[in-house]
Design a protein around this ligand. Structure first.
Ligand code: KG4
Ligand code: ZN
Length: 372
């Protein structure tokens, strides 16, 4: 068992006095990861960089009829799914709860009610099992999960994390202790823009995967939609920042104009041209950042990295620029427990102090804060 090093400011119960008879190396430690920041309840077990199990329960179908996530429904769904998902993960990995050495849980960013359910479960397990607790950053987790797939990161990598809530460009000197945020979205995240355009095209929620599918059958050059924050004067102030709300408005105007004229909307071409604009801006800025910072490995993570237009263009441009591209398989791109266990395991390997049992959840946790 790993020694629990909580400061114990708020809690002074007897369970905090850790019995540490047989310390194991951090690399061999078994870390349980719990993710509940949005609509997925994820529970995973990781040993070092080896994933033992990744169990997931999703409430996405319960939100679909409202056209967006309803926080109250998400929180209740986490509460109902938490124990069954935990039991399923342990059973699939054939692991007893008593074998777990540390708990990692998403501390933020995310929906506060959802985060609270995961944090409460993690704290209960930490107290009950008398093992350390790590509150970790969900967005960094989206990059960290790639270590389970492609091995530990080299000394310096660039990470583009794109999801329904974030579009961030991170210079990663160390996934736990060395994150520099180079840029972020000033308005909508990439996935959010896809979901909003999906709604205006009459597609089911979430629109992202539907636009992706439609776009594969369309012409990406049919309509020249704007490239956000890419003009010279924008680049001076926002070289690595993104903006997708102007693009979304441009798509809405284009569609409205055709509707007013009684014309049919070429849905596949609109989807393909819109997706091409998002992929173009994301990859152009990211590759420019890699070149400027002399980084030769790019990791792309987050729910939106499932997007095939982004994947294709990133692969093409990275090959041209001599950059190694690492994108985890799609099941690790959307929210999951493995990403949280991976980041917790990385923190444990580095000997980072665990979180206090009073760990707060933080709906807008900054990206520079990897653990808290
Ligand atoms: O990371 P994630 O599961 O949840 C957040 O933390 O936001 O990302 C979900 C987002 C949604 O906006 C969804 O529409 C988008 O990722 N997404 C996609 C695709 N798959 C998921 N967007 C475009 N193309 C896809 N294939
Ligand atoms: Zn996410």
């Amino acid at each position: 068992m790993v020694r629990s090093a909580r400061s114990g400011e708020g809690y002074r119960g007897p369970l905090l006095q850790t019995v540490d008879s047989s310390p194991v190396s951090a690399d061999g430690s078994l870390v349980l990861g719990i993710e509940t920041s949005c609509d997925e309840t994820g529970v995973a077990l990781v040993r070092g960089t080896e994933l033992l199990v990744d169990a997931i329960a999703s409430s996405v179908d319960e939100h679909a009829r409202f056209g967006g996530i309803i926080p109250e429904i998400a929180s209740r769904a986490h509460l109902e799914a938490m124990v069954p998902t935990l039991r399923r993960a342990l059973a699939q990995a054939d692991v007893d709860l008593a074998e777990v050495d540390a708990i990692a849980v998403t501390a933020g960013p995310g929906l506060v009610g959802s985060l609270t359910v995961g944090a409460a479960a993690a704290k209960a397990l930490s107290v009950g099992l008398d093992i350390p607790l790590y509150g970790v950053n969900h967005v960094i987790g989206h990059a960290a999960v790639d270590e389970l797939v492609h091995g530990e990161f080299p000394a310096r990598v660039m990470a583009l994390v794109v999801s329904g809530g974030h579009s961030s460009l991170l210079l990663v000197d160390d996934i736990v202790t060395g994150i520099t945020e180079l840029g972020q979205t000033l308005d909508d995240a990439a996935g959010e823009a896809f979901d909003k355009v999906g709604r205006l095209l009459g597609l089911p929620y979430p629109g992202g995967p539907h636009i992706d599918r439609l776009a594969r059958g369309g012409n990406p050059e049919a309509i020249r939609f704007p490239r956000g924050l890419s003009r010279r004067e924008d680049l001076e102030r926002h070289r690595y920042d993104f903006s997708f709300s102007g693009l979304k408005t441009a798509v809405a105007r284009w569609v409205e104009a055709r509707q007013d004229a009684g014309e049919e909307i070429p849905l596949a071409d609109v989807a393909a041209s819109f997706a091409a604009s998002v992929a173009d801006v994301l990859t152009a800025k990211t590759i420019a950042a890699c070149q400027r910072h002399e980084v030769d490995t790019l990791v792309i993570g987050g729910g939106f990295s499932a997007n095939s237009q982004l994947r294709e263009l990133a692969a093409e441009r990275c090959a041209e620029a001599g950059i190694t591209l690492r994108i985890p398989p799609i099941r690790f791109c959307t929210d999951n427990g493995a990403m949280i266990a991976a980041l917790g395991a990385a923190a444990l390997r580095r000997g980072v102090a665990p979180s206090d049992l009073g760990l707060p959840v933080d709906s807008s946790m900054p990206l520079t804060l990897v653990t808290r």
